[in-house]
Ligand binder design. Structure first.
Ligand SMILES: C[S@@+](CC[C@H](N)C(=O)[O-])C[C@H]1O[C@@H](n2cnc3c(N)ncnc32)[C@H](O)[C@@H]1O
Ligand code: SF4
Length: 386
C-alpha cells in the first residue's frame, strides 16, 4: 500500500499541443494547424478535464503547474489564466507554487510575457536550442540567436525565474565551438539551464536524413567529450547538474520536474498528457488521447480524454522510482525502493557497479550514479532493475 499523503508535493501538467511549425528533430506531441484552432472550445475542454481529474484526487495542494507543449506561449494569456483559475477552484494552489510556461523565443511570444505573468505564471522555460544562426536554421527553428537572446532579456525583465534549453551534440559540433556557445549561454542564464544531447528520434525527418547518411552527428566518443565538457563548464560557473540534462544554482531546481523524478503524484491534462495518481493506496498511470481534435471530442462526450487508466504493480512503481530517481544527482533512497517493491536492491549488483565507478553510496545512505556513470545511465538502471 503506497502512502501519498495530502501534504506530499502534487503537480499539474497541462499539455498544449500546437506549434507554428514542426521542428525536424522533435517527436513531442505537437501539431501544426494552418487554419487556426478554436481556442475557446479547447479551453472548455481543459476545464472539463481538470474538473474530472480533481474529482478523482480531491483535497490536494498543488505545489507546481507546468504548461508544456507544443508551444504554450501561443496560448492567449486569458486562456492560461482561466486554466489556473480552474485548477485553483478544484484544488488549493500553494501560495509559493511554481507556475512554469514553456515558450518559444520569438518576439511575438515575448510580447505576451506580461500577460502570462498577470495570469499567474512565475517562471518561463525558453526553447533557445542554439546560439548559432546556421545551427538554428538546420534545426528548423523560426528564430535567430539574437531574437532568442532578446526574448531571454524580456523574460529576465518580467520573471524572477526563467530557464532556457539548448541542444548539443549537433551535426558537425566540436568541443571548442560548444564551449564558447555554452559560456555565452551561461552569461545569459540566471539560475537554470536544460542542456539536451540531440537525440535522433524515430519517425522524424532527422531520422530519415540520418539513416540516409545526410545528417552526421557526433560519434559516441565525441558525444562523451561534449557531455564531460558540459558538466565541467556548468559546474565551474555555479550551475551543477542536478539531473542528467538539467543544471541549476543550488535551490533553483525546477520543482515541477523534481515531482516526476522523485516519484510524487501529478495530474496530466490536455492531449497526450501522462499522469501518476495515488488513489486508495494504489498508484495509477493515466494517459490521454494524443490527437488534439480526438481528445476534444472525447472530453466533450465523456468529461475526460483519458485512454489509459491503470493500476501499476508494486514492481512497476519500484522500476519507475529507479528509472526516474537515478536521473537525479541526489539519487534514490534504497529503503524507499524496498518499501515500494517489497525487496531490497541486489547488493551484488550494486557492488559490481560501484567497483566499475558507475554508482556510489552517499554518507546518508542514498544510492546515486556518478558523473562518469551518467552516460551509461540506461544500462545502470537496467542492471539494478533486473
Ligand atoms: C517540448 S520541447 C519544446 C518546447 C518549445 N516548443 C520549444 O521548442 O522551444 C522541450 C525541449 O525538448 C528538447 N528536445 C526536443 N526534441 C529533442 C531531440 N530530438 N533531442 C534533444 N532535445 C530535444 C528541446 O530542447 C526543447 O526545448
Ligand atoms: S521543438 Fe518545440 S516548437 Fe519545435 S515542434 Fe517540438 S514542441 Fe514544437
Amino acid at each position: 500500500m503506497l502512502n501519498m499523503n495530502l501534504t506530499t508535493p502534487f503537480a499539474v501538467y497541462v499539455h498544449w499541443p500546437f506549434c507554428l511549425s514542426k521542428c525536424p528533430y522533435c517527436d513531442f506531441n505537437s501539431h501544426v494547424r494552418h487554419g487556426g484552432i478554436d481556442e475557446a472550445r479547447f479551453l472548455r475542454g481543459y476545464e472539463t478535464e481538470i474538473t474530472a481529474m480533481a474529482a478523482r484526487v480531491p483535497g490536494r495542494t498543488v505545489s507546481s503547474v507546468f504548461f508544456g507543449g507544443g508551444t504554450p506561449s501561443l496560448m492567449q494569456p486569458s486562456s492560461v489564466q482561466a486554466i489556473l483559475d480552474c485548477i485553483g477552484k478544484h484544488w488549493t494552489i500553494a501560495a509559493d507554487a511554481e507556475v512554469t510556461l514553456e515558450a518559444n523565443p520569438t518576439s511575438v511570444e515575448a510580447s505576451r510575457f506580461l500577460g502570462f505573468r498577470a495570469a499567474g505564471v512565475n517562471r518561463v522555460s525558453l526553447g533557445v536550442q542554439a546560439l548559432d544562426d546556421a545551427a538554428l536554421k538546420e534545426l528548423g527553428r523560426l528564430h535567430t540567436a539574437q531574437e532568442a537572446l532578446d526574448a531571454v532579456a524580456v523574460a529576465r525583465s518580467i520573471f524572477d525565474r526563467y530557464s532556457f534549453d539548448l541542444i548539443y551534440a549537433r551535426p558537425r559540433q566540436m568541443p571548442e565551438g560548444w564551449a564558447a556557445e555554452l559560456k555565452r549561454a551561461i552569461a545569459e542564464a540566471a539560475e537554470h539551464l536544460s542542456l539536451y544531447q540531440l537525440t535522433i528520434e524515430p519517425d522524424t525527418p532527422f531520422f530519415g536524413l540520418h539513416r540516409a547518411g545526410k545528417l552526421l552527428v557526433p560519434d559516441e566518443d565525441l558525444a562523451r567529450d561534449l557531455y564531460d565538457l558540459t558538466q565541467n563548464v556548468c559546474s565551474d560557473a555555479g550551475l551543477p547538474a542536478y539531473e542528467i540534462s538539467n543544471h541549476a544554482r543550488p535551490g533553483a531546481e525546477c520543482r515541477h520536474n523534481l515531482v516526476y523524478w522523485r516519484g510524487h503524484d501529478y495530474a496530466g491534462v490536455g492531449p497526450g498528457a501522462h499522469g501518476r495518481l495515488t488513489i486508495d493506496g494504489r498508484r495509477i498511470a493515466t494517459e490521454t488521447e494524443k490527437r488534439p481534435e480526438s481528445w476534444l471530442i472525447r472530453v466533450e462526450a465523456s468529461g475526460s480524454g483519458m485512454i489509459v487508466d491503470e493500476n501499476l504493480t508494486s514492481g512497476e512503481v519500484a522500476d519507475e522510482y529507479l528509472l526516474m530517481g537515478l536521473r537525479l544527482t541526489e539519487g534514490i533512497d534504497p529503503e524507499r525502493y524496498s518499501a515500494i517493491s517489497g525487496r531490497a536492491l541486489n547488493p551484488g549488483r550494486i557492488s559490481i557497479l560501484r567497483n566499475e565507478g558507475a554508482v556510489e553510496t552517499t554518507a546518508d545512505g542514498r544510492l546515486r550514479v556518478t558523473q562518469s556513470g551518467f552516460p551509461l545511465l540506461d544500462a545502470v538502471v537496467a542492471d539494478l532493475a533486473a
